[in-house]
Design a protein around this ligand. Structure first.
Ligand SMILES: CC(=O)SCCNC(=O)CCNC(=O)[C@H](O)C(C)(C)COP(=O)(O)OP(=O)(O)OC[C@H]1O[C@@H](n2cnc3c(N)ncnc32)[C@H](O)[C@@H]1OP(=O)(O)O
Length: 415
């Protein structure tokens, strides 16, 4: 049967069938439950949907939407986020993803977008489309008995208050404002759509696997909410002794005091012997917030957010730079969207980036530039890996200094 590529800008787009196809494509279930469909249609910022249809059956899906991405310097930039990418098993490796993605990126470029973001299900999928891995996500496990916290740990009154009895409605009212302050502190963090809070607290229907989490909130001594976390517990016992694991789903803190208080609060709960957290930065403060940092171990660390440059001068002008510097970058692009030779002149007071005829200092493709953009990995590392070329002696060292960011980039959310 002939396949038709359709987009939600076409009048007759079947969004319900598209949702069922995403549910199938991610192996969640053969169909999305009707209640979830209704709530998605009512509450989601749909963005732009694309799909391939064999008659009425949707066999490939793709969605892009507007997002904000925090960049070095503590500001945020618009991003063209991509998600919901699936091709059904019988139609894979026939170019459907390629057709949807090349059309979408070309439109994004045409519409003036500066970069695209996504979280890659597998490492091998998106490099060919010009995306580069820009943040790393790490999983940690903390053994409570090794952490060195007193068994009767409580927060000193002068530091603030930890509240364990927080229900979803408090999270939905106080969370968004807290998160807006938090995400600007972390290059790599992305905006949370309003719907996120309803989904995270069960106000919006979730699949049968969902369990309501516990929420804990931290207020500083002035009463300002500076942190919040959500976790679940397994209530496991071993031969008559509590051996529970608390899994922190998300923890947002705007001060180290708030962060220490929230981790300590979860770790010192009766029946909890260890705490796990899946999506932390590779240089999380967590170990050093504990009396014994060795109690916290990184159990996994993988690429997470990927960035695809679409407008190199706009991107490089928009981020901050701690030192003065100048670089000429020759950027190549496998899809012919963002390539060119650009002169970046940057410093603590701002940056300019313009097309230039000057000789290049570095030659790199959009994938490598996506990796360098948030400062998470230095140019010298990409040189060692053969992912960029140094055309002027010393240029890689200059790039290391100019693009450096003191803390690792971090994307706390899945989208
Ligand atoms: C942002 C997100 O939503 S991430 C989620 C991605 N989705 C999934 O992982 C769900 C399961 N997988 C799938 O649905 C599909 O396999 C997809 C979407 C990953 C790929 O769709 P396809 O239509 O098969 O891709 P397409 O035919 O355009 O392949 C293009 C190229 O990418 C390669 N490729 C595709 N998928 C993969 C992969 N998982 N790993 C490595 N290479 C891949 C193909 O081999 C092909 O290479 P070639 O040009 O050298 O021949």
């Amino acid at each position: 049967m002939d396949l038709q590529l359709r987009s939600s800008t076409d009048g007759s787009f079947d969004t319900e069938e598209w949702l069922h196809a995403v549910t199938r494509g991610f192996l969640r279930a053969p169909r999305m439950p009707e209640k979830e469909v209704a709530e998605w249609l009512a509450r989601s910022d749909r963005g732009r949907l694309r799909g391939a249809f064999a008659g009425d059956r949707c066999v490939a899906t793709y969605r892009s939407f507007d997002q904000r991405l925090t960049v070095p310097g503590g500001t945020d930039v618009p991003a063209h986020a991509v998600t919901g990418v699936t091709v059904s098993p019988g139609h894979r490796r026939r170019g459907l993803l390629t057709r949807m993605m090349t059309a979408d990126l070309a439109e994004a470029k045409e519409g003036g977008e500066m970069l695209s973001t996504l979280i890659a299900a597998e490492h091998g999928i998106y490099g060919r489309f010009g995306y580069g891995p820009a943040t790393v996500s790490a999983a940690y496990t903390v053994e409570g008995s090794e952490a060195g916290l007193p068994a009767t740990w409580t927060l000193p009154e002068a530091e603030g208050v930890v509240d364990f009895h927080v229900d979803g409605s408090v999270v939905r009212s106080a969370g968004p404002e807290l998160f807006e302050r938090f995400r600007l502190l972390h290059p790599g963090a992305v905006s949370r759509p309003a719907r996120w809070w309803g989904v995270a607290t069960g106000e919006i229907a979730r699949g049968p696997e969902w369990r309501e989490p516990w929420h804990v909130l931290f207020r500083d001594a002035e009463g300002t909410v500076q942190g919040m976390a959500a976790f679940t517990t397994d209530r496991h016992w071993d031969r008559g002794v509590p051996d529970g694991t608390a899994t922190v789903d998300w923890l947002v803190a705007t001060t180290p005091t708030a962060e220490r208080a929230l981790w300590s609060a979860v770790l010192s709960m009766d029946w909890v012997r260890r705490v796990r957290a899946d999506r932390l930065p590779p240089d999380a403060l967590l170990p050093d917030l504990l009396p014994n940092p060795r109690a916290a171990r990184v159990t996994e660390a993988n690429d997470f957010l990927w960035i695809r440059p679409l407008d190199v001068p706009a991107m490089l002008r928009s981020r901050g730079y701690a030192v003065e510097g100048e670089l000429v970058l020759e950027v190549t692009d496998p899809l012919g969207l963002a390539g060119g030779r650009f002169l970046l002149t940057a410093g603590p007071d701002g940056a300019d980036c313009v097309p230039t005829g000057r000789g290049a200092d570095l030659t790199l493709d959009t994938t490598a530039l996506g990796t360098l953009y948030l400062g998470d990995r230095p140019a010298s590392r990409l040189l060692a890996l053969g992912r960029l070329a140094e055309e002027t002696p010393g240029a890689v060292h200059r790039a290391d200094l100019l693009l450096a960011e003191p803390r690792r980039a971090w994307t706390p959310d899945v989208f």
